[in-house]
Design a protein around this ligand. Sequence first.
Ligand SMILES: [Zn+2]
Ligand SMILES: [Zn+2]
Length: 429
Amino acid sequence: MDLNAILKNLKNCPCGKCHTCDVKTVEIGSGLLQKTAEILKNNNFPTDILVVADKNELRAADGILDILTQGGFNISPLIFEDLRVAEYAESERIAALSREKGGILSIGTGSCNDICRRAAFVENKPFAIFATAPSMDGFASDSSPLTANNFKISYPAKQPDIIIGDTAVLAKAPAELKSAGFGDMIAKYTALVDWKIANLTIGEPMCERVADVTRQGLMRAVSLADRVTAEDEETAGAIFEGLILTGMAMQLGKTTRAASGAEHVVSHFWECKKLEQGLLSDFHGKKCGVATLMVTRLYKELAAMENPVFVSDQTDWDTVYAIYGEHFRSEVEKFNTPTVTDETSPEILAKVWPEIRRIILEELPSVEKLTELMQKAGCATTAKEIGVADDLAVTGLQYHPYMRHRMMLTRLVPMFKDVEPDWKTLAGI
Ligand SMILES: [Zn+2]
Ligand SMILES: [Zn+2]
């Protein structure tokens, strides 16, 4: 992957920001597993390292520990049984374990990378990832969504210095994980729309060139929709590259906006609520894909209105706090004091509505088109398929905005006069 070409294109960006990226090397190719030690050494990665994986991931990267040892690395492996939740406490444990080590190598995908990336940030250690599945876009990210007390928030984290993706390994990943990766890519449609809306309504900075890095990854994934589930090295490699591009866009723009919008927050809401009951959630990208469909239904419905009347924020806070419950109350209060709609007004919304409407009508694919793409790629398209109960699906779609201080079109619904969406239908129930 030509990182220099991407960075060159972002030089002297008209947005005024200096776009930099800490990732030094992204190697994607067939048979790279055997060359892991060599690649790390060639990039001056320390040889005394903490290696973190779970058992499934270690099986996918079969033989990697021996390859490292034979390649001259002194490794301390930390192997989890099954790492489905990225716990903040685990990131602290890894940070402590890495203290005497030169660097951290994470073998895996979502949760494993998330806890390692945070640990590497806390201890300021060189950090590398050997990817085992193209299942989500967090590989190049500089933030970690971690769970503490069942509440999931993003913490500052370290971008990996090196990312290795062996297409033979990636292609063999379970179809469900590859489809999840596609779901995380599809989410960029609504994410980019929300970024633009935040720019128009509260003046949040937006960079079109960074958004284009995301679009590039998105288009690549979309063009391969019907090959996602096949055991095909070329497709797995291309999807992986798309996921890296969008992850990188977050770092380049210094905002998660380039990769996540309302659909990600909906997914986090479901996850938190399920965790509260001690239930594990489905894969990140799988949930985000389903949420993207729901959010798109809402956005298309709102955009059908040519001249809506806007009023001050009519949020019923008693209901909001009741929905979140005592457990999450202090977090929700923190994110809403002040609340993000204080930064805009009915007048501003009326002024920018034609532009918001145009973006939704022109840049967001239709619900039918999205559904078709997702089905081709083997993605889940309903709440049922991701184990989210009907009422949770609906409350998540309606009340997720309050778990962030973040402008999204979903957060503006209470500023539309006399508009009460049929949340059940929008949630596909
Ligand atoms: Zn820019
Ligand atoms: Zn994501």
